[in-house]
Write a protein that binds this ligand. Sequence first.
Ligand SMILES: *Cc1c(COP(=O)(O)O)cnc(C)c1O
Length: 231
Amino acid sequence: MTRADELTTNLDVVRRRISAACEAAGRDPGEVSLVVVTKFFPASDVRLLADFGVTDVGENRHQEAEAKAAECADLGLRWHFIGGLQSNKAGAVATYADVVESVDRVKLVGPLSRGAHARGHDVDVLLQVSLDPPGAHRSGADAADLAELARRVGEADRLRLRGLMAVAPLGEDPQRAFARLAGIRRDFLAEHPEATVLSAGMSGDLEAAIAHGATHVRVGSAVLGPRPAVQ
Ligand SMILES: *Cc1c(COP(=O)(O)O)cnc(C)c1O
């Protein structure tokens, strides 16, 4: 089997899973976008994915993302930055990313805005909200801090507040975690009705995320295969 065959087969399976999950939730499959997470995989895979109709790709490490986005600049893809952001890298990320999904603190807003301004393009922003129990934080803002963060993004030049992103905590039933997320999002939408994006769900839990309102799923290994163990 060639790499192209492998990717089309996997993409087909994932697209069917998304359709089935939408059907089960009584949602239109057109409401859910697939972001293929290409971290650890080469630009040649990104090219194949673009051939097979993928429009959105996700990366979580700045150097890798920057190089791949440059190599694939001719493909017209939307690049989503989904990884932990350092404030000293945020400006650079905003020069190639179309969507930054992992904005979880006010300190990132200034550098992102300046990077987007320098590049002369708008950057869509999702606020990453933590679903972890208090104290056990991996990344993401506390739900209580979203209002202030949203206000700062809303005031920033060249940044467009589009919605929320979350990752289900390890070891918790994703149905429970995403039910909690749906509640956080309901409150958030009441204040920001235009910020309708909800990025949630990965290879293992996209069905649960779609059941709880995800508009974007971020799928890596189910499309590209297992990543190397070292992260
Ligand atoms: C790697 C990654 C994904 C994709 O994970 P898979 O389990 O391979 O689908 C999704 N979201 C984030 C934030 C990631 O870092």
